[in-house]
Design a protein around this ligand. Structure first.
Ligand code: FES
Length: 173
């Protein structure tokens, strides 16, 4: 997914300001990245380069850390956030099949956002309702005992609702 020039500029400025709040020691890499993500909602390559420069680290090392930890995302979150639970109970009940369904249906990989920025996809640890496994969070809504067919139906009904809402808003203008 491509960032606009404005987004890149904001990422550079924000990560520069955030970095300067910390001492330039390697031990501050993760706290800085967490703060950048807190400010921007994601850590794009432009921000990684700034942080790498500030800490005098090779950019590839920063990239390695960002992509290693699930807590970091490298693209802006979508309008709708799909979070697939991959805790033990959900994993046992086929969480990976559900994740695969979402990936195929949305045409993105976990950690990515669709080109139109409507959806982003994440995997999360146990969300605390294991008896309903496997579980997906669609925005804040818990979708219990989800199946690949339910993924299709859910997406279809939400896309329809979004379309109707947009048409309704256009009609009001
Ligand atoms: S493991 Fe998914 S809700 Fe607990």
């Amino acid at each position: 997914m491509k960032l606009t020039e404005e987004e890149k500029q904001i990422a550079v400025e924000t990560s520069r300001k955030v970095s300067e709040l910390f001492d330039p020691g390697k031990g501050n890499l993760i706290p800085i990245l967490q703060r950048v993500q807190g400010e921007l909602g994601y850590v794009p390559p432009e921000a990684m380069e700034v942080v790498a420069g500030y800490l005098d680290l090779p950019p590839v090392e920063v990239y390695g850390v960002v992509t290693f930890y699930n807590q970091f995302r490298t693209t802006p979150p979508g309008k709708h956030q799909v979070k697939v639970c991959m805790g033990t109970a959900c994993h046992v009940k086929g969480g990976h099949i559900i994740l695969d369904s979402w990936e195929r249906r949305l045409g993105i990989k976990v950690g990515e956002t669709t080109e139109d920025r409507e959806y982003s996809l994440e995997r999360v640890a146990c969300v605390g309702c294991c008896t309903l496994a496997p579980v997906t969070l669609y925005d804040e809504e818990v979708i219990p005992k989800i199946t690949p067919t339910k993924v299709d139906g859910l997406l279809f009904s939400h896309q329809l609702a979004d379309k109707q809402q947009k048409e309704g808003n256009a009609g009001e203008k």
